[in-house]
Ligand binder design. Structure first.
Ligand SMILES: [Fe+2]
Length: 156
């Protein structure tokens, strides 16, 4: 049964397509952050291993919320690795980067890409009359901005 929530079918499709692209990047960043958690080495191993764990746990919640927002808007959430691989636009290689700082820098760049993606997506959701998604995306952007700050602080 399709949602009767005051947003046209066309606009729901516009917004859920954006959310599908976002979901691919959130999953890719989750995997990249888990990779950093697994493979990091060096004198700060303990702190970084835990820090990356805190971040991938936050990303796990975020990607679940994005998929479930798609469901609330009547779309099916992409749920295959191949779909995520096609749609992702971040570099997800942090787990194989050479050294802890390179891992942190790679994750930071991915967060910053997603923050810019969210800023654009908010405008589209606003134009589509979907204030719920616009508000949701603003909250996600703030979470990514905080995670990006914590990564950036390691590099200063
Ligand atoms: Fe672990």
């Amino acid at each position: 049964m399709k949602p009767n929530i005051g947003i046209s079918d066309k606009n729901r499709k516009v917004v859920t397509d954006l959310l599908a692209d976002l979901l691919a990047n959130e999953v890719a960043l989750y995997v990249a952050t888990r990779g950093a958690h697994w493979n990091v080495v060096g004198p700060n191993f303990g702190a970084l291993h835990k820090f990356f764990e805190d971040q991938y746990e936050a990303l796990d919640d975020i990607l679940d919320d994005v998929a479930e927002r798609m469901r609330a808007l009547g779309a099916t959430a992409p749920a295959t690795v191949s779909a995520y691989a096609r749609a992702k636009s971040i570099d997800d290689g942090a787990g194989s980067a050479k050294g802890a700082n390179a891992m942190v820098a790679s994750l930071l760049q991915a967060h910053e890409t997603i923050i810019k993606q969210l800023r654009k997506a908010e405008d589209v959701a606003d134009e589509a009359g979907d204030s719920g998604t616009e508000d949701f995306l603003t909250g996600l952007m703030e979470q990514h901005e905080k995670m990006a700050w914590m990564l950036r602080a390691h590099l200063q």
